[in-house]
Design a protein around this ligand. Structure first.
Ligand code: UT7
Length: 324
């Protein structure tokens, strides 16, 4: 046995919020269409000096401060993203410099689209176990406003910017997060062209195909995590599900037969923030007291790749190092 527990969280959203009514003024859409099809009421977009790095710094500083873990104690820093400020250096390397991690901290970005934060949690657990370091800083962050096409109403209204961060502690005696990661390679239904393609790097999505994938993958992944962890879904205190579409969540909740009150989200004010979606929601629930020390939190992400990832994250009672 060995694994990580959640010590603290932080998040950051850009100042500028765009409501559905704002979008009605600039494109052929309606609040009624967006709300009824997705549950989205507003999204945040970076403006001025705000960028991917500044959102990551804000979220990371809050999480570190709340955890009591000093930057020099961070052994692993991973940033899940598909919209970094630079292809190199990785955002995690910028955080190493700006926050003052030691040079032997393992710092890199990873891209597993909307599943990225949970992929990063699992990667952090493995890397902490393989090294002699106890603390990890895991982020999911996106500036999707840079990769949406204002002429495509079917995608423009769906996405937003933001960052979420989690400080985790690894101990030999902690249970694993029992991560379930998966991928079904598909370069058709959800894509953003790369820098060498010679075409604009904007989101292309076949919404209905992705919807069909999501309503199958999300509940299957949640069940597999619970099974791997040896618990029933009723024993889960809180579900933190990727906020892509309220209808996908409603389908999944029904299929799983779990209490909808344990699955509430924040899509109404964040929209879909891809890799940032799970950690931003995690932080909001922790700050509201809806996630408490000792709680078992089942996180699931799904999306581009196509990928899915789930993990059972236990909230620590406090920093273990403080009690020993
Ligand atoms: O995070 C990564 C994972 N992503 C997802 O999980 C997204 C999965 N897919 C979805 O959430 C949904 O498929 C969407 C929200 C993207 C679309 O909802 P839908 O119910 O599947 O709508 P649709 O694409 O079938 O479009 C229905 C109609 C079309 O009009 P016609 O052809 O029926 O006349 C669209 O042109 O809605 C129209 N439409 C819009 N109308 C007003 C599409 N976008 C808009 C819009 N405003 N913004």
């Amino acid at each position: 046995m060995s694994g990580i527990k959640l010590l603290a969280t932080g998040s950051a959203l850009p100042q500028h919020m765009i409501t559905n009514h704002d979008l009605e003024q600039i494109m052929d859409t309606s609040d009624e269409w967006i709300t009824s099809r997705t549950g989205i009421g507003a999204r945040h977009h970076c403006q001025g000096e705000e960028c991917h790095t500044s959102l990551c710094l804000e979220a990371a500083k809050k999480a570190l401060e709340r955890s009591g873990v000093k930057p020099e104690e961070v052994g692993v820093c991973l940033v899940a993203t598909l919209t970094p400020d630079h292809l190199t250096p990785a955002t995690a390397c910028v955080l190493q410099k700006e926050l003052g991690f030691q040079e032997d901290a393992i710092c890199f970005d990873l891209n597993a689209a909307c599943s990225g934060f949970v992929y990063a949690l699992h990667t952090a657990e493995c890397l902490l176990a393989a090294s002699q370091r106890k603390y990890g800083l895991v982020l999911g962050a996106e500036v999707l406003s840079r990769v949406i096409d204002i002429n495509d109403r079917s995608t423009y209204v769906l996405f937003g910017d933001g960052a979420g961060a989690a400080v985790v502690e690894w101990r030999e005696e902690f249970p694993s997060i029992h991560a379930v990661l998966g991928c079904r390679g598909n370069d058709q239904v959800l894509t953003i062209p790369g820098v060498n393609k010679g075409v604009p790097a904007v989101v292309h999505m076949d919404g209905q195909d992705v919807f069909r994938f999501a309503v199958e993958a999300l509940p299957r992944c949640a069940r597999e995590v619970a099974q791997k962890a040896g618990i029933t879904l009723e024993e889960v205190d809180r579900f933190v599900l990727h906020q892509a579409n309220q209808r996908i969540i409603n389908f999944a909740v029904k299929k799983l037969g779990v209490d909808p009150a344990k699955c509430t989200g924040n899509i109404a004010h964040t929209a879909n923030t891809s890799a940032a979606s799970v950690p931003i929601l995690l932080d909001e629930l922790v700050q509201k007291g809806e996630i408490q020390p000792g709680n078992k939190v089942l996180c699931v992400g799904f999306g581009g790749g196509l990928t899915w990832a789930g993990a059972l994250l236990e909230v620590a009672q406090g920093r273990e190092g403080d009690t020993k």
